[in-house]
Ligand binder design. Structure first.
Ligand code: PHE
Length: 341
């Protein structure tokens, strides 16, 4: 019997080596350690042994049982680990595969400039307002101190829809709408599309974009205008930028100025962008004309204000060194993709 027990132990040990799944392992367990298993079978024959042999064989049988138990436990552990490793292997994601990129859109360079613009002015306390693109003659001209038949209209020859309605030629129309509805203090910018009967060339387009600014309060002077525009120019073109005012004329401001900034391209040495002058013109501005204020019910003896109108297209082309304004309107993806962020 001793030999049978030892042979069984050896045989189980060998078989366990080749077990690779839990089902086989369970079958072995039943075959050897189960109620009707081989170990029980051997023990049933204990009766035939002499009283001296019995305890020795009993002890050996117990040893064999606990040894087989331990081995089977170890094998179970090993098989489970192998199965787990195989599953992990099968489920690995190949991160070296190139991803599929979803095509996304981007902001048009004009809108990128506009967003920067809005950030700068909002940080100085300006509200952003909107105005209609189809305006009345009154808001686009008359309320801005340009009566019918005034020669200043020629500068802004635009598209009339009928006697009274037109495509706005300037965002300044929005000043009037705001001043009619809000009382000072007023601090707004109004970005938008404007229209003029201009021939298309590298610097002109019949549709372009302006941003109007307006501040009205007690004690506003041209120094405030200069401070705000200097701050704006430095944020857009860099902290070294200088600002220069030149006298000009707009019917709705008095005094009126054209505003130039030091050429960001050449640092005023003279280049193609500034046409050798060291300065580029970016906007028109001035102190709101008393007629305009009183026309909107604001007393010019008490309040004063300034206004400015910036061409967004010009700002965008000089900023990105775009040589032709038409590129902004042609919707050519090869051009637009260069500005995708
Ligand atoms: N509206 C003027 C233009 O289109 C610009 C401007 C705006 C000038 C506000 C002064 C004040 O040319």
């Amino acid at each position: 019997m001793k030999a049978a027990l030892e042979a069984m132990r050896e045989s189980v040990r060998q078989q366990l080596d080749s077990v690779s799944d839990l089902k086989n392992l369970e079958a072995l367990r039943v075959k050897y350690l189960g109620k009707k298993g081989e170990l029980t079978g051997i023990l049933k024959q204990m009766g035939k042994l002499s009283p001296e042999e019995r305890p020795l064989i009993g002890q050996l049988a117990n040893e064999v049982r606990s040894q087989l138990d331990a081995w089977m436990g170890e094998t179970e552990q090993k098989v489970k680990e192998q199965l787990q490793a195989a599953r992990l292997q099968a489920e690995t994601v190949d991160i070296s595969m190139p991803g599929k990129k979803k095509p996304t859109g981007g902001l048009h360079p004009l809108n990128q400039t506009l967003e920067d613009f809005i950030d700068i002015f909002q940080s100085m306390g300006f509200d952003v307002v909107d105005g209609p693109e189809v305006e009345t003659d009154y808001y686009n001209f008359q309320a801005l101190n340009v009566p019918q038949d005034h020669p200043a209209r020629d500068m802004q020859d635009t598209f009339f829809l009928n006697e009274n309605l037109l495509l706005r030629s300037q965002t300044s129309a929005a000043q009037i709408r705001v001043m009619e509805h809000r009382k000072p203090p007023i601090r707004i910018i109004c970005p938008g599309r404007v229209f003029r009967a201009d021939e298309v060339d590298a610097t002109h387009s019949p549709v372009f974009h302006q941003v109007e600014g307006l501040v009205v309060d007690k004690g506003i002077s041209i120094c405030d205008l200069k401070g705000v525009l200097e701050q704006f120019a430095r944020e857009i073109y860099g902290p070294e930028t200088k600002v220069r005012f030149r006298p000009s004329f707009f019917p709705f401001t008095e005094p009126s100025v054209e505003v130039d900034v030091s050429c960001p391209e050449c640092g005023q040495k003279g280049c193609r962008v500034c046409k050798g002058t060291g300065w580029i013109e970016i906007l028109g501005a001035g102190m709101v004309h008393p007629n305009v204020l009183s026309g909107c019910g604001i007393d010019p003896e008490v309040y004063s204000g300034f206004a400015f109108g910036i061409g967004l297209d010009r700002l965008t082309t000089t900023r990105h060194k775009i040589s032709d304004i038409r590129l902004l309107f042609e919707n050519d993806l090869r051009f637009l993709k260069q500005f995708q962020k």
